[in-house]
Ligand binder design. Sequence first.
Ligand code: ATP
Ligand code: MG
Length: 168
Amino acid sequence: MTDNQAIPDEDRIASLALPDVEATRGLGARLAPILRSGDIIALWGDLGAGKSTLARGLVQAAMGDDIEVPSPTFTLVQIYELPDYDLWHMDLYRLDDAEDVFELGVEDAFVEAVSLIEWPDRMGGHLPLHRLDIRIDQTDGGRQATLSAPPGEWHKRLAEIGLQGASA
Ligand SMILES: Nc1ncnc2c1ncn2[C@@H]1O[C@H](COP(=O)(O)OP(=O)(O)OP(=O)(O)O)[C@@H](O)[C@H]1O
Ligand SMILES: [Mg+2]
């Protein structure tokens, strides 16, 4: 997935303008209540697009604003223990080889945890298909988020929080 044109029409869920940092955090926060064990969210976008900002909004909505959510640039993964599941925030920018991702323990995380993955392209073909993709593009002064997933589950769940078909 490199640009919006690459998203098949049936996979498109929503496109949202994120005019400021709070809007990026807010999108993360909206997703927090619908997450469940085994969910995988791939966060696409250039350096500085706002991927960690969205992840921070999500984690803090689930755990409180006092929780520090550092960018796991060097550790590659930061794990948050929530009541119903562990949340894995990954930043794979520095992953040298796609195979190395297994050393982090992602196989178990993909089944039992909720995975938020920055730089998911670094995993190559190991990135699971049953995932929600969120692409963040820089626009004049803000960002644009595009949500997509294969038809089914994610479309239904995002409809429940008013995101299916949303366009702004
Ligand atoms: N909607 C927005 N409008 C303007 N600035 C934003 C928006 N969302 C996030 N930012 C800002 O963009 C900057 C980079 O954000 P962030 O660190 O989340 O990017 P990233 O995609 O995680 O980058 P990296 O690829 O380096 O991990 C931050 O200063 C953040 O406050
Ligand atoms: Mg980041």
